[in-house]
Design a binder for this molecule. Structure first.
Ligand SMILES: Nc1ncnc2c1ncn2[C@@H]1O[C@H](COP(=O)(O)OP(=O)(O)O)[C@@H](O)[C@H]1O
Ligand SMILES: [Mg+2]
Length: 275
Protein backbone atom coordinates (compact mmCIF):
# COMPACT_ATOMS: atom_id res chain seq x y z
CA UNK A 1 0.00 0.00 0.00
CA UNK A 2 2.74 2.38 0.99
CA UNK A 3 4.50 1.64 -2.26
CA UNK A 4 1.37 2.46 -4.19
CA UNK A 5 0.99 5.79 -2.45
CA UNK A 6 4.61 6.62 -3.13
CA UNK A 7 4.21 5.83 -6.80
CA UNK A 8 1.27 8.15 -7.03
CA UNK A 9 3.21 10.97 -5.36
CA UNK A 10 6.04 10.55 -7.83
CA UNK A 11 3.79 11.07 -10.82
CA UNK A 12 2.70 14.55 -9.72
CA UNK A 13 4.57 17.00 -11.95
CA UNK A 14 7.01 19.30 -10.17
CA UNK A 15 5.81 22.43 -11.93
CA UNK A 16 2.67 23.08 -13.95
CA UNK A 17 1.63 26.19 -15.89
CA UNK A 18 -2.08 26.00 -16.68
CA UNK A 19 -3.45 28.39 -19.28
CA UNK A 20 -1.31 31.25 -18.02
CA UNK A 21 -1.86 34.75 -19.38
CA UNK A 22 0.00 37.94 -18.59
CA UNK A 23 -1.07 41.30 -19.93
CA UNK A 24 0.87 44.49 -19.22
CA UNK A 25 -0.88 47.82 -19.50
CA UNK A 26 1.36 50.76 -20.10
CA UNK A 27 0.17 54.31 -20.69
CA UNK A 28 0.56 53.89 -24.41
CA UNK A 29 -0.33 50.27 -25.05
CA UNK A 30 -1.51 46.89 -23.88
CA UNK A 31 1.07 44.13 -24.23
CA UNK A 32 0.07 40.48 -24.21
CA UNK A 33 3.39 39.22 -22.85
CA UNK A 34 2.17 35.64 -22.41
CA UNK A 35 -0.95 34.08 -23.94
CA UNK A 36 -2.54 30.74 -22.94
CA UNK A 37 0.73 29.16 -21.84
CA UNK A 38 0.78 25.52 -20.72
CA UNK A 39 3.79 23.65 -19.45
CA UNK A 40 4.45 20.60 -17.36
CA UNK A 41 7.84 19.87 -15.84
CA UNK A 42 8.57 16.62 -14.02
CA UNK A 43 10.79 16.24 -10.98
CA UNK A 44 14.40 15.98 -12.14
CA UNK A 45 13.60 17.26 -15.62
CA UNK A 46 15.76 19.67 -17.62
CA UNK A 47 13.48 21.87 -19.69
CA UNK A 48 14.42 24.85 -21.82
CA UNK A 49 12.29 27.72 -23.01
CA UNK A 50 13.51 29.26 -26.24
CA UNK A 51 12.32 32.10 -28.42
CA UNK A 52 13.15 35.57 -29.69
CA UNK A 53 13.57 38.61 -27.52
CA UNK A 54 10.26 39.83 -26.10
CA UNK A 55 8.36 36.52 -26.40
CA UNK A 56 7.70 36.37 -22.66
CA UNK A 57 10.43 34.04 -21.40
CA UNK A 58 11.49 36.20 -18.47
CA UNK A 59 7.87 36.99 -17.71
CA UNK A 60 7.20 33.26 -17.23
CA UNK A 61 10.07 32.92 -14.78
CA UNK A 62 9.07 36.10 -12.93
CA UNK A 63 5.55 34.78 -12.51
CA UNK A 64 6.80 31.45 -11.21
CA UNK A 65 9.11 33.03 -8.69
CA UNK A 66 6.39 35.38 -7.48
CA UNK A 67 7.86 38.69 -8.63
CA UNK A 68 4.81 39.37 -10.81
CA UNK A 69 1.31 37.92 -10.88
CA UNK A 70 -0.33 36.19 -13.83
CA UNK A 71 -3.38 37.99 -15.22
CA UNK A 72 -5.13 34.62 -15.33
CA UNK A 73 -4.36 30.91 -15.11
CA UNK A 74 -2.74 28.72 -12.49
CA UNK A 75 0.74 27.61 -11.58
CA UNK A 76 1.23 24.52 -9.45
CA UNK A 77 4.28 23.46 -7.50
CA UNK A 78 4.28 19.83 -6.37
CA UNK A 79 0.62 19.66 -7.32
CA UNK A 80 -0.38 22.59 -5.13
CA UNK A 81 -1.56 25.86 -6.72
CA UNK A 82 0.74 28.78 -5.94
CA UNK A 83 -1.08 31.62 -4.27
CA UNK A 84 0.20 34.58 -6.23
CA UNK A 85 -2.04 37.07 -4.44
CA UNK A 86 0.48 37.45 -1.62
CA UNK A 87 4.24 37.04 -1.21
CA UNK A 88 5.31 33.38 -1.20
CA UNK A 89 6.04 31.68 2.10
CA UNK A 90 9.66 30.99 3.05
CA UNK A 91 8.88 27.32 2.53
CA UNK A 92 7.90 27.91 -1.10
CA UNK A 93 10.79 30.30 -1.76
CA UNK A 94 13.25 27.81 -0.34
CA UNK A 95 12.28 25.34 -3.02
CA UNK A 96 13.53 27.73 -5.73
CA UNK A 97 16.90 29.04 -6.80
CA UNK A 98 17.41 31.73 -9.46
CA UNK A 99 20.25 32.48 -11.80
CA UNK A 100 20.19 35.53 -14.05
CA UNK A 101 22.32 36.78 -16.88
CA UNK A 102 24.18 39.18 -14.62
CA UNK A 103 25.62 37.55 -11.50
CA UNK A 104 24.87 40.70 -9.45
CA UNK A 105 27.38 40.03 -6.69
CA UNK A 106 27.52 42.53 -3.85
CA UNK A 107 30.87 44.27 -4.35
CA UNK A 108 31.61 44.76 -0.66
CA UNK A 109 31.28 41.04 0.13
CA UNK A 110 33.77 38.34 -0.79
CA UNK A 111 32.67 35.63 -3.21
CA UNK A 112 32.11 33.26 -0.29
CA UNK A 113 30.08 35.86 1.61
CA UNK A 114 27.99 36.46 -1.51
CA UNK A 115 27.46 32.74 -2.03
CA UNK A 116 26.34 32.12 1.54
CA UNK A 117 24.04 35.15 1.72
CA UNK A 118 20.89 33.06 1.00
CA UNK A 119 21.72 30.96 4.07
CA UNK A 120 21.32 34.08 6.20
CA UNK A 121 18.14 35.08 4.40
CA UNK A 122 16.57 31.64 4.88
CA UNK A 123 17.84 31.21 8.45
CA UNK A 124 19.95 28.23 7.38
CA UNK A 125 23.35 29.52 8.46
CA UNK A 126 24.42 26.28 10.13
CA UNK A 127 27.75 24.44 9.98
CA UNK A 128 26.06 21.80 7.83
CA UNK A 129 25.00 24.33 5.19
CA UNK A 130 28.36 26.12 5.37
CA UNK A 131 29.97 22.78 4.67
CA UNK A 132 27.63 22.27 1.73
CA UNK A 133 28.62 25.72 0.44
CA UNK A 134 32.28 24.66 0.65
CA UNK A 135 31.48 21.50 -1.27
CA UNK A 136 29.77 23.48 -4.04
CA UNK A 137 32.65 25.95 -4.10
CA UNK A 138 35.04 23.08 -4.58
CA UNK A 139 32.90 21.26 -7.19
CA UNK A 140 32.83 24.43 -9.30
CA UNK A 141 36.54 25.10 -8.83
CA UNK A 142 35.95 28.38 -7.01
CA UNK A 143 38.27 27.80 -4.04
CA UNK A 144 40.90 30.20 -5.25
CA UNK A 145 38.34 32.98 -5.62
CA UNK A 146 36.33 32.30 -2.47
CA UNK A 147 38.02 34.99 -0.40
CA UNK A 148 38.39 37.48 -3.25
CA UNK A 149 36.02 40.32 -3.90
CA UNK A 150 33.88 40.21 -7.07
CA UNK A 151 36.01 42.86 -8.76
CA UNK A 152 39.00 40.54 -8.51
CA UNK A 153 37.24 37.55 -10.11
CA UNK A 154 36.83 36.67 -13.81
CA UNK A 155 33.46 36.67 -15.59
CA UNK A 156 33.38 32.87 -15.57
CA UNK A 157 34.14 32.73 -11.85
CA UNK A 158 31.38 35.24 -11.10
CA UNK A 159 28.85 33.29 -13.13
CA UNK A 160 29.86 30.05 -11.38
CA UNK A 161 29.44 31.89 -8.08
CA UNK A 162 25.95 32.88 -9.22
CA UNK A 163 25.13 29.21 -9.83
CA UNK A 164 26.47 28.21 -6.40
CA UNK A 165 24.61 31.05 -4.66
CA UNK A 166 21.36 29.86 -6.28
CA UNK A 167 21.90 26.33 -4.96
CA UNK A 168 23.37 26.88 -1.54
CA UNK A 169 20.03 26.55 0.26
CA UNK A 170 19.37 23.21 -1.50
CA UNK A 171 16.46 24.30 -3.69
CA UNK A 172 14.43 21.68 -5.56
CA UNK A 173 14.15 23.70 -8.74
CA UNK A 174 16.58 26.01 -10.51
CA UNK A 175 15.22 28.81 -12.68
CA UNK A 176 17.89 30.07 -15.04
CA UNK A 177 17.22 33.14 -17.19
CA UNK A 178 19.84 33.29 -19.96
CA UNK A 179 22.51 32.58 -17.36
CA UNK A 180 25.49 32.27 -19.68
CA UNK A 181 24.31 34.61 -22.44
CA UNK A 182 26.91 37.26 -21.72
CA UNK A 183 29.85 34.87 -21.78
CA UNK A 184 31.98 33.93 -24.77
CA UNK A 185 31.17 30.66 -26.49
CA UNK A 186 33.94 28.51 -25.07
CA UNK A 187 33.23 29.55 -21.52
CA UNK A 188 29.52 29.05 -22.06
CA UNK A 189 30.08 25.51 -23.32
CA UNK A 190 32.26 24.76 -20.33
CA UNK A 191 29.67 26.07 -17.88
CA UNK A 192 26.94 24.14 -19.68
CA UNK A 193 28.85 20.90 -19.16
CA UNK A 194 29.44 21.76 -15.49
CA UNK A 195 25.75 22.51 -15.12
CA UNK A 196 24.83 19.11 -16.56
CA UNK A 197 27.08 17.34 -14.09
CA UNK A 198 25.65 19.29 -11.13
CA UNK A 199 22.11 18.60 -12.38
CA UNK A 200 22.80 14.87 -12.57
CA UNK A 201 24.45 14.80 -9.18
CA UNK A 202 21.71 16.70 -7.33
CA UNK A 203 18.71 15.37 -9.26
CA UNK A 204 17.36 18.92 -9.33
CA UNK A 205 14.61 20.22 -11.67
CA UNK A 206 15.80 22.91 -14.06
CA UNK A 207 13.95 25.45 -16.22
CA UNK A 208 16.51 27.07 -18.47
CA UNK A 209 15.83 30.11 -20.64
CA UNK A 210 17.98 30.79 -23.64
CA UNK A 211 17.82 32.13 -27.14
CA UNK A 212 20.65 29.86 -28.20
CA UNK A 213 19.33 26.86 -30.13
CA UNK A 214 22.42 24.66 -29.76
CA UNK A 215 22.62 25.32 -26.05
CA UNK A 216 18.97 24.30 -25.63
CA UNK A 217 19.46 21.03 -27.53
CA UNK A 218 22.67 20.19 -25.71
CA UNK A 219 21.12 20.59 -22.27
CA UNK A 220 17.46 19.71 -22.43
CA UNK A 221 15.05 16.80 -22.25
CA UNK A 222 12.47 19.01 -23.91
CA UNK A 223 12.31 22.50 -25.35
CA UNK A 224 9.34 24.85 -25.29
CA UNK A 225 9.53 27.06 -28.38
CA UNK A 226 7.86 30.48 -28.11
CA UNK A 227 6.95 33.26 -30.52
CA UNK A 228 6.19 36.96 -30.01
CA UNK A 229 3.18 39.21 -30.23
CA UNK A 230 1.51 37.70 -28.42
CA UNK A 231 4.11 35.76 -26.44
CA UNK A 232 3.00 32.17 -26.85
CA UNK A 233 4.00 28.54 -27.05
CA UNK A 234 4.54 27.34 -30.61
CA UNK A 235 5.63 23.78 -29.97
CA UNK A 236 7.22 21.48 -27.44
CA UNK A 237 10.14 19.56 -28.90
CA UNK A 238 11.41 16.49 -27.02
CA UNK A 239 15.14 15.94 -27.39
CA UNK A 240 15.75 12.23 -27.67
CA UNK A 241 19.54 12.26 -27.48
CA UNK A 242 21.47 9.95 -25.13
CA UNK A 243 22.98 11.10 -21.86
CA UNK A 244 25.48 12.03 -20.73
CA UNK A 245 25.59 14.71 -23.40
CA UNK A 246 28.91 15.89 -24.73
CA UNK A 247 30.14 18.79 -26.84
CA UNK A 248 31.14 16.35 -29.59
CA UNK A 249 27.44 15.66 -30.15
CA UNK A 250 26.92 19.15 -31.55
CA UNK A 251 28.20 18.13 -34.98
CA UNK A 252 26.34 14.80 -35.15
CA UNK A 253 23.49 14.51 -37.68
CA UNK A 254 20.73 13.95 -35.10
CA UNK A 255 21.83 16.99 -33.13
CA UNK A 256 22.00 19.11 -36.26
CA UNK A 257 18.54 17.99 -37.32
CA UNK A 258 17.13 19.09 -33.94
CA UNK A 259 18.77 22.51 -34.19
CA UNK A 260 17.52 22.88 -37.77
CA UNK A 261 13.99 21.97 -36.72
CA UNK A 262 14.10 24.56 -33.92
CA UNK A 263 15.47 27.23 -36.23
CA UNK A 264 12.63 26.48 -38.66
CA UNK A 265 10.09 26.71 -35.85
CA UNK A 266 11.39 30.01 -34.57
CA UNK A 267 11.27 31.29 -38.12
CA UNK A 268 13.74 33.12 -40.25
CA UNK A 269 12.38 36.58 -39.53
CA UNK A 270 12.50 36.13 -35.80
CA UNK A 271 15.88 34.47 -36.02
CA UNK A 272 17.32 37.69 -37.36
CA UNK A 273 16.18 39.38 -34.19
CA UNK A 274 17.90 36.92 -31.90
CA UNK A 275 21.32 36.99 -33.53
N1 LIG B 1 6.93 45.30 -16.38
C1 LIG B 1 6.57 45.37 -17.67
N2 LIG B 1 5.76 46.37 -18.10
C2 LIG B 1 5.37 46.42 -19.40
N3 LIG B 1 5.76 45.55 -20.33
C3 LIG B 1 6.57 44.56 -19.97
C4 LIG B 1 7.03 44.41 -18.63
N4 LIG B 1 7.83 43.31 -18.55
C5 LIG B 1 7.87 42.79 -19.80
N5 LIG B 1 7.12 43.53 -20.65
C6 LIG B 1 6.90 43.26 -22.08
O1 LIG B 1 6.43 41.93 -22.18
C7 LIG B 1 6.99 41.29 -23.33
C8 LIG B 1 7.76 40.06 -22.87
O2 LIG B 1 8.92 40.46 -22.15
P1 LIG B 1 9.98 39.44 -21.56
O3 LIG B 1 9.28 38.40 -20.79
O4 LIG B 1 11.02 40.23 -20.87
O5 LIG B 1 10.58 38.77 -22.89
P2 LIG B 1 11.87 37.87 -23.10
O6 LIG B 1 12.43 37.53 -21.77
O7 LIG B 1 11.38 36.69 -23.88
O8 LIG B 1 12.82 38.68 -23.93
C9 LIG B 1 7.86 42.34 -24.00
O9 LIG B 1 7.09 42.96 -25.00
C10 LIG B 1 8.17 43.31 -22.89
O10 LIG B 1 8.40 44.59 -23.41
MG1 LIG C 1 14.34 37.87 -20.95
Amino acid sequence: MEELVQKEVQTIPKIVFENINKVFHTRKQTIVAVKDYDMQVDQGDFVSIIGPSGCGKSTLIRMLNGIIQPTSGRMLLDGIPLDTSKPYSQETLRKMGFIFQQPNMLPWYTIRQNITLPLKIFGLDTPEYQEYADELISVTGLQKFADSYPIEASGGALQRAGVVRAMVHKPEILLMDEPFGALDEMLREQLNMELLSIWKRLNITIIFITHNVEEAVLLSNSIYVMATEPGRLVEKVDIDLPRPRSLEMITQPRFVSYTQRLVDLIGSVELRQIK
